[in-house]
Design a protein around this ligand. Structure first.
Ligand code: F6R
Length: 368
């Protein structure tokens, strides 16, 4: 049933091209983005003036990625919040607020309670969910299902990429409703998304060097992950995977914060992962990250850099270089996250841990 893989997680990493392709399937019809369920009128969708994304764990990171796209495409303010924090701080909600609840299981108690709080304040709720008939989509006003299929590994992989994909569709649906993007622009964005499964497949097919790096670094005490823009949530996801599976201390930072404190942690031999912005976004952020890498190396840390295959500026500055295919900035997390999944799985295996069932964790957290 593991299809020849040692762990479900490895099988699920390999299923990511299909998870993304299946999540897109059928959502662009007659030139328009369509949701799965919509119990909210087009007019009400047009009148939305603020978006909150609520979720936990990896789903929360997928929401952080989505924020960049939603604000860019819709010009709506979008906040992302950990579901367990959201309802305890009296957030400003009304009928023109859209709360997007993201959950693989659809049963996460913290996210469900955030949905209930939002509804009690008259906000509209849109669920992004991988499980048909689960509680969160049942209580929502609109639903977009991710089609990752059942995820057995406790650490989320294919559901995470499917969530990012579905979140982008939510952003495009809002942009379409509000008219902040012309129909041909929405169509062009959708076509970009449709190209991603092929690029994801390329990353999946080239993970052996990542596994080798993982075996080399498996005894590290701590690992840092840095990124900027969408590379920041990707850093958080990389750190979470490593904590969950390898029980290794790991932290993700926005690279610009380094000089405000975390640089004090940099010492000889410390592994530091960095995601470089794609060539498309090269400019200020790219050169700032190059400076960060130089600062880190000057202090003796080892740099493991994920960058576009053609990024010749960064290759010589990397102790380990992990190439990924070219993409737009917004879509890069669909590629850059994958080496982090494989890295964490391999470190866990090298340390003799159960990759599919990490200690203390449950697949679905149904208590607050
Ligand atoms: C991380 C992981 C968890 C879940 C979180 C939310 O690998 O699996 O962080 O992402 O518990 O779960 P769902 O998406 O089911 O609400």
């Amino acid at each position: 049933e593991k299809g020849g893989y040692d762990y479900f997680m490895l099988k699920e990493i390999a299923e990511q091209p299909a998870a993304v392709a299946d999540t897109l399937l059928g959502h662009f019809q007659d030139g328009r983005i369509v949701l799965d369920e919509q119990r909210i009128s087009d007019q009400d969708l047009r009148d939305i003036d603020k978006v909150f994304i609520v979720a936990c764990g990896s789903a929360y990171h997928s929401g952080m990625v989505a924020k960049y796209a939603i604000e860019h495409w819709t010009r709506l303010p979008c906040e992302v919040e950990i579901a367990s924090e959201f309802r305890y701080r009296d957030p400003v909600l009304d009928r023109s607020t859209l709360v997007v609840a993201i959950s693989q299981s659809g049963e996460t108690a913290d996210t469900l309670e955030a949905v209930r709080h939002a509804k009690s304040q008259k906000a509209r709720v849109l669920a992004v969910c991988n499980t048909n008939g689960s509680q969160i989509p049942r209580e929502a006003d609109a639903v977009l299902y991710t089609h990752a299929g059942p995820e057995i590994g406790v650490a989320s992989t294919k559901a995470y990429l499917a969530q990012i994909t579905a979140n982008y569709l939510v952003g495009l649906a809002l942009a379409q409703a509000r008219g902040t993007k012309y129909p041909d622009e929405v169509a062009a964005e959708f076509r970009q998304l449709e190209k991603m499964p092929e690029a994801i497949q390329k990353v999946v097919d080239s993970l052996d060097p990542v596994r080798e790096i993982a075996r080399e670094l498996a005894d590290s005490k701590s690992v840092l992950f840095l990124g900027r823009h969408v590379g920041y949530p990707t850093a958080l996801e990389g750190a979470l995977k490593l904590k969950e599976l390898a029980y290794m201390h790991a932290e993700g930072f926005p690279a610009g914060e380094l000089k405000h404190g975390p640089i004090a942690l940099i010492e000889d031999g410390l592994p530091v992962f960095i995601v470089m912005p794609p060539v498309e976004g090269r400019g200020v952020l790219h050169s700032k990250l190059v400076s960060n890498i130089q600062e880190i190396r000057a202090r003796g840390a080892r740099t493991i850099v994920i960058a576009e295959e053609g990024d010749e500026v960064v290759r010589p500055l990397s102790d380990y270089f992990i190439p990924i295919p070219a993409s737009t900035t917004l879509l890069q997390p669909l590629l850059a996250t994958i080496p982090y999944q494989a890295f964490a799985a391999e470190v866990a295996a090298a340390r003799g841990y159960d990759v599919d069932k990490p200690r203390n964790l449950a697949k679905s957290v149904t208590v607050e």
